[in-house]
Design a protein around this ligand. Structure first.
Ligand SMILES: [Zn+2]
Ligand SMILES: [Zn+2]
Length: 262
């Protein structure tokens, strides 16, 4: 059975058929989904993601402020995040990190908010879900200083939708992180990413959709959904020269251990 370690089922893309999407995931063998509550939609938007986790025993949630929205961070939002982080279905803090590709928030603000949320996740003893794009060096140095050296290695975390270099993968593994691959690994042009995936130890591997975006082949360009995580597992099975069942079992076991559910 598969675990989609990163989905955004609260977004409006699913308003018309959310329950069918969830049913299709279950039918495809998705045993658990981690809902990243409220990213990309701004203040006060964590509720719909938490409701989904309350309504379905197989949906868990993470809360955090996406780097795109780092400018929105203030004491009030921090209080909301802290309160939500204590919700019984919340098992992770994220997605947080740095995105220098879009630069929707100034880089210094992104860094400051990233560091602050790492501190809070550490206090709450929650694994962190990291988003990083075109910001590898700063991501690595902040994670080393404000997570690894602060005691975070025992708690762990995920570099989600990994699309980085071998250098980032190696650093993340050294910091004690898991690496989660999305549908991007199935794209024709992702040869370099596939070579990185071959080097990631099985015990640190996770799979995700990051839906509604980044649908894997053969659905590329369509709306993504958790059922499609199977395609990413198939590709990893090919790269690791093993069966899809083995990838499913190992990645699900890794997820459960990371989040203390094993
Ligand atoms: Zn992300
Ligand atoms: Zn995401």
């Amino acid at each position: 059975m598969f675990i989609d370690s990163h989905s955004h089922l609260d977004v409006s893309n699913y308003d018309a058929d959310r329950s069918e999407v969830i049913a299709r995931a279950r039918a495809a063998g998705v045993e658990l989904m981690l809902e990243i509550a409220g990213s990309d939609v701004g203040k006060g938007s964590l509720e719909p993601g938490l409701r989904l986790a309350e309504e379905h025993e197989f949906i868990f949630a993470a809360v955090g402020l996406h780097p795109h929205e780092a400018s929105l961070y203030d004491a009030e939002l921090e209080q909301t995040l802290l309160e939500c982080s204590r919700h019984p279905k919340v098992i992770g803090w994220g997605e947080i990190g740095l995105d220098y590709y879009y630069d929707h928030s100034p880089r210094d603000v992104q860094q400051q908010v990233f560091r602050r949320q790492l501190e809070l996740a550490l206090e709450q003893k929650l694994p962190v879900i990291i988003h990083t794009r075109d910001a590898e060096d700063d991501t690595i140095s902040i994670l080393r200083e404000h997570w690894q050296q602060a005691g975070g290695a025992e708690i762990g975390g995920i570099i989600h939708c990994f699309t980085g270099t071998q250098t980032l993968a190696d650093a993340a593994l050294e910091i004690g992180f898991h690496i989660s691959f999305s549908g991007v690994v199935t794209f024709k042009t992702a040869e370099e990413l596939r070579s990185v995936a071959r080097t990631v130890p099985m015990e640190r591997l996770l799979i995700e959709t990051d839906c509604p975006f980044l649908a894997p082949m053969p659905y590329r360009g369509k709306r993504n959904e958790p059922a499609f995580v199977v395609e990413t597992a198939k590709k990893l099975a090919e790269l690791k020269q093993t069966s899809v069942e083995e990838i499913a079992n190992i990645t699900s076991g890794n997820f459960r251990r990371l989040f203390g559910m094993a």
